[in-house]
Design a binder for this molecule. Structure first.
Ligand code: FPP
Length: 243
């Protein structure tokens, strides 16, 4: 079934640095303003009854940034978790962090665990923050898990299928993103949800992330509503299915 409304939206929040530069501010001011945009978009998605919102907050490659910026981003995550979690909980939002947590310092890992536990049973919007996440990392982890099962004799190599791989990926229990949004004019997937974005509609806007707001989200939703999602079928087949 196709729908004019996405169940799952995945976003690369790009352009914080350029937003700051335009204002002669340090890059970190852009990230701070980025958090305000996150707050507005989360609220808008919750109000619109979107099921899942996945935000790319920190990629596996972002460690290569200047140490000062990486440290600032880590502090920002800790502060945001501390300050926002209660509000998210009140909005019945379930928070989950996906990505490799091993490289985070203990304080951040503890905040993440606490936030996930507190909101685990909430039934509203599922807010997924991808942090130290990479699409290739996700696929490698899934393949490693399957390889262990093969080694243990629980699985035969010929039984490996797309469905089995999908089961081992980070967002296995969630619908795949219907709509992907990237801000700041870049038109790349940048090692985000490589497997999961296979059939997503891709929306690119020149808007820098700190300027992205509920009205801009509506534009992306209007774009989505006008797309015909064929999943490899022809238009005629889809019309027949819905006749
Ligand atoms: C990309 O802009 C943005 C990031 C690498 C960080 C995204 C983080 C936030 C929006 C802040 C907090 C998020 C949460 C969930 C608390 P860029 O720095 O690459 O911008 P540029 O391309 O203009 O340099």
């Amino acid at each position: 079934m196709t729908s004019t409304f996405p169940r799952h939206i995945a976003v690369i929040m790009d352009g914080n640095g350029r937003w700051a530069k335009k204002r002669h501010l340090p890059r970190v001011a852009g990230h701070k303003a980025g958090v305000d945009a996150v707050r507005e978009i989360v609220k808008a998605c919750a109000e619109k009854k979107i099921e899942v919102l996945t935000l790319f907050a920190f990629s596996s490659e972002n460690w290569q940034r200047p140490t000062q910026e990486v440290n600032y981003l880590m502090e920002l995550f800790i502060t945001a978790l501390k300050q926002e979690v209660k509000k998210l909980h009140k909005q019945n939002i379930q928070l989950r962090i996906v990505g490799d947590r091993d490289r985070f310092e203990r304080k951040l890992r503890e905040q993440i665990d606490k936030a996930e536990k507190l909101t685990a049973n909430n039934t509203g919007l599922k807010l997924i923050i991808a942090a130290n996440y990479g699409g290739r990392w996700d696929i490698v982890e899934a393949m490693r898990n399957l390889a262990v099962e093969v080694e243990q004799g629980k699985l035969k190599s010929h039984e490996i299928s797309p469905a089995l791989i999908q089961e081992k990926l980070s967002l296995a229990d969630l619908p795949e993103p219907d709509l992907f949004i990237r801000t700041s004019g870049e038109q790349r997937i940048s090692n985000f949800l490589l497997w999961q974005l296979a059939y997503s509609e891709l929306y690119f806007t020149d808007m820098l992330w700190p300027d992205f707001n509920a009205a801009e989200l509506d534009k992306a939703l209007a774009f989505f509503a006008n797309r015909e999602r064929r999943f490899g079928c022809t238009s005629e087949q889809l019309q027949e299915q819905h006749a």
